[in-house]
Unconditional design. Structure first.
Lengths: 204, 193
């Protein structure tokens, strides 16, 4: 049996139970099959969108969330706020991601807490993308400036964004291991070094 | 309903779920729960079993979110695969459906005005792509994916060599990929706000 030929069936969940294990072992060693599976798997899943989709019973959502919550009571709790997520090394160190959400910053730091969340996704080539949502638009004449701060080093300017809605910032340069990604409010056009306290920072 | 994570990408929400953030799991359910349930119902044809499959699938999302690798595929594909796998396992255990899977899914109890326009659009495009496939390929994909038949069961049922079934599944998926790859065919969740 040529294991390469099983990719389509695996993508459709149509392998016989006996073949699944053999195929998965093969998959771990075969770049070609992994690439093919990524494509065919996505197409197979498109079939899920081809079905009629009646509204599920409302109790289902609650049942799932309750079950998830009760499972979590058995694990070590993760500190809630402020969240600073360390980069989690993904399988085989292919990629790493860090997410951070902050309580916080609004224009004038009013008492009304604004939910800001930010996610840093680091690619295998160490280039990173910062996605921020919930951050108020920078005041007139100002901009947000992203920074990469290597461990023990000085902040490097990594890009500008306006805030408001969701901003996706492809950070300039690469992200050294252990660096901090931060953002500050600066004058329009940006500056070479941060001049204000960060509105968000993520240790990676 | 307040959805504080509504602006985040699927992949970012999965990252938050990996950090035990329950609102992230709720957000993923709000994005894909309905599609997952429709899929499970199509495979299982039983509301209770479909609910179980969806619940088990989303709990698998919750338990294994930390192992999700964005480079290997989209979060939506990963989530729906987890649900589909459980639905298929259940249908094989139950030995249900079998006789009637060649028929179209029944008309939904709800739909029309109630159904999200985006979901309806996706469904129409996927169904149109299926219609454009040669009959033998469409049959293989539908029986496998919606019917939960394994490739050897398909070979027996259709009276064809296993190699022929494999070829039909591969060719069918490859052709579907081309058809769905045409502009505007984006299957992932997008914000409508």
């Amino acid at each position: 049996m040529d294991l390469h030929d099983l990719t389509a069936a695996y993508a459709l969940d149509a392998l016989d139970a006996d073949d699944v294990e053999a195929y998965e072992a093969h998959l771990a060693q075969c770049d070609r099959c992994r690439t093919e599976l990524a494509e065919l798997g996505e197409t197979a899943t498109a079939l899920a969108f081809g079905t009629e989709a009646p509204e599920p019973p409302t109790r289902l959502r609650g049942a799932i969330l309750d079950a998830a919550a009760s499972e979590r009571s058995n694990v070590v709790p993760f500190p809630r706020r402020p969240w600073v997520f360390r980069v989690t090394a993904a399988a085989a160190a292919v990629a790493a991601c860090a997410a951070v959400g902050l309580g916080v910053w609004g224009a004038s730091r009013s008492t009304k807490t604004e939910a800001v969340s930010a996610v840093v996704v680091v690619g295998a080539d160490r280039h990173a993308t910062l996605t921020v949502s919930g951050l108020a638009r920078a005041p007139h004449g100002k901009t947000y400036e992203a920074w990469i701060i290597p461990h023990g080093g000085n902040a490097r300017p990594a890009g500008l964004f306006a805030g408001g809605g969701t901003a996706v910032v492809h950070l300039r340069g690469t992200l050294p291991s252990g660096a901090v990604v931060a953002a500050t409010v600066e004058r329009a056009g940006g500056v070479k070094a941060p001049t204000t306290p960060p509105v968000l920072s993520a240790e990676t | 309903m307040s959805r504080p994570l509504a602006h985040l990408s699927d992949e970012a929400v999965v990252l938050l779920a990996a950090r035990s953030e329950e609102s992230a799991l709720a957000e993923l359910y709000d994005r894909y729960g309905r599609t997952a349930y429709g899929l499970a119902l199509r495979v299982l044809r039983d509301e209770r079993l479909a609910e179980d499959a969806v619940q088990e699938g989303f709990l698998a999302v919750w338990r294994t979110a930390a192992r999700f690798v964005p480079e290997r595929g989209k979060a939506s594909t990963w989530i729906l695969t987890l649900v589909h796998r459980r639905a298929v396992d259940a249908v094989r255990r139950e030995q249900r459906r079998r006789a009637d899977t060649l028929e179209r899914a029944p008309e939904p109890a709800v739909g029309g005005v109630d159904e999200d326009a985006w979901l309806r659009l996706q469904r129409e495009r996927v169904q149109e792509a299926l219609r454009l496939l040669p009959d033998t390929q469409r049959e293989a994909l539908e029986l496998a994916y919606y019917g939960g038949f394994s490739q050897s069961e398909l070979a027996e049922r259709l009276g064809q060599p296993l190699g022929t079934i494999k070829s039909r599944m591969f060719a069918g998926l490859a052709r579907m990929r081309e058809l769905l790859g045409e502009p505007g065919m984006e299957m992932s969740w997008t914000s409508t706000t």
